[in-house]
Design a protein around this ligand. Sequence first.
Ligand code: 6CS
Length: 318
Amino acid sequence: ETWRFGLEETEGSVQYSYAEEFKKMIEEKSEGDITVQLLPYGSWGSNYTALYDAIQNGSIQIGFGSGFLGGTVPESQLMSLNFVMPNDQLQTAQILNSDEFLKSDPWQQSFRERDLVPLAALPEGYQVWTANKEIRTPEDMQGLQIRVMDNSLLRKTYQAYGASPITIAYGELYSALQQGQAEGNIQPVFAHENMGFYEVQDYMIFADQSQFIANLIGNLDWYEGLSDEQRQTLDTTLDEMVQKGHDIQTQFNTERLDTIKEKSDINIIKLTDEERAKFRELAKPVRQVYVDLVGERGKQSLDILLEQIKQSQSGNQD
Ligand code: 6CS
């Protein structure tokens, strides 16, 4: 049988490379029983809702859902909260893929109620700002028409920073930046390179405010219909992909930053801890905004996540 795998990103991206590894492992382990077909950005339609709809109705079995998934699974906006995840990106991947979080009732139900099942989470690197001016303080961000993915929580977050966030489709973003319709952008480094966004922006600002996190989701009926053997193949592959996904994103983001530096004279800024603290302060009340937006079940997921982070960090100090 064939598992169709829908991607929110094009070839040369973290999602594509993750999916290639996933395909290799599933096909090897299943010894020909399963074929994985990769469907990169654009091949399944023109907007992300079409991809999520296709996974919900089972015409595509698995795929990635990140920022735009908030319209389909509001609770998934948890992944967009700023200043919440551990700074250590591997630790973030491990927590988000732990049974304690991923298999918890509230998180599972948020997806299952919409005919989906959360299979894994893939951190794709830190979200890096770009603009045509220097941004070090919330004042610098005042009124900036920065493009965010289409979810309420991200809009609220950037409004809290003082910006005037706008939403534009991923495929239309390059020309929007070029024409000044959008004045700023937020992407992991590899995407700034992969989509050429850096060519039309003057400053790249590392604030380490959040990581880009994609949910790997499956169609619920498809998942429930897997044989024991197929389930086993899927589970062991997903386990191995936690470290592999981390290795892929680390390599992509490191190498692509070098490419950007080679090919452009973009100014690179790294915020100091003091500068970050101002944004952190403004992001704090947005946790409550998340709860107000998505309700009690979302609050439970946030609490489980915060508890897991706390435990892993106290573990670090031993
Ligand atoms: O900004 C976006 O819309 C897209 N960026 C990336 C890096 N992946 C998918 C996402 O939807």
